[in-house]
Design a protein around this ligand. Structure first.
Ligand code: ZN
Length: 256
């Protein structure tokens, strides 16, 4: 299992560290890195230690330490949600309102030390189970499923397309008029030379419900729930998606 965030816990100290934060420490402040490296934990359930892995051929990542396991509430331990379950998350007005709250909780749980009341990456389904006791009463048990997620800070890949996912990251956004609506162009916040991560198309109706103006350019923490598409043009690969409702995205402007 690969992680791109780790929660640093030392006594009462808690801090969410991204893979870039730890890479920075491992490269430039070895003393600090040695101090924190044994206190990194799973950002969701906080149970297993995470180990930092630096790679030359692919992106750096955190991994679970051997033999340490996740809590049952952790999405890393749950079965993946079915496509039908994922579609139900954006099915009607009620579920869209709940989706917006889930996306807010994603920002909280991925970028702050606070813990969301419920794990936003997990769907809980209550099912009736016929009990084995003699009265044959049915019992309600909760079965948990994981919502696919992808941190977009370091770009996307083929594995991220054609599949409903929660995308999230610390990014730079540029808004421009596009056809009958607007497009949000999403970039890496610190490495401006990197190609665009993806674009999000908003119809004029959706654009009206979002607090972004034409030509705006800002840094933010963002989360959105979409099916990403891949397009190839002149040997270049672009990732694009359409936001069909403003509640399928949440963003929090930041200074840097
Ligand atoms: Zn966990």
């Amino acid at each position: 299992m690969v992680f791109e965030e780790a929660l640093y816990i030392n006594g009462s100290q808690r801090k969410m560290l991204s893979i870039e934060d730890v890479t920075q420490l491992a490269t430039n402040s070895l003393d600090l890195y040695n101090e924190i490296k044994n206190n990194l934990f799973c950002p969701e359930c906080e149970k297993p230690h995470l180990t930092y892995n630096s790679c030359t051929t692919k992106s750096n990542y955190f991994s679970t330490r051997n033999l340490e396991s996740h809590a049952d509430t952790c999405s890393f331990k749950c079965k993946r949600a079915t496509n039908h379950q994922l579609e139900l998350l954006e099915n009607d007005e009620k579920s869209l309102d709940r989706l917006q709250n889930r996306l807010k909780a994603v920002i909280l749980s991925c970028f702050s030390e606070k813990k969301a009341a419920r794990n936003p990456f997990v769907i809980e389904n209550k099912i009736s189970k016929v009990s084995t006791n003699t009265e044959n009463q049915s019992e309600r048990t909760a079965v948990k499923y994981a919502i696919p997620k992808k941190r977009i800070t370091n770009g996307l890949s083929q594995a991220d397309v054609d599949q409903l996912k929660i995308f999230y990251g610390k990014v730079r956004v540029r808004c421009k008029k596009h056809r009958n609506g607007h497009k949000l162009y999403i970039f890496n916040l610190t490495q401006r030379q990197l190609p665009m991560i993806c674009s999000i198309y908003l119809s004029e109706k959706v654009y009206e419900h979002i607090n972004i103006k034409d030509n705006d350019c800002f840094n933010c923490l963002i989360s959105f729930y979409v099916k990403m598409e891949i397009n190839k043009q002149d040997d270049k690969i672009y990732y694009n998606c359409i936001l069909t409702d403003s509640r399928k995205m949440f963003f929090w402007k930041i200074d840097r």
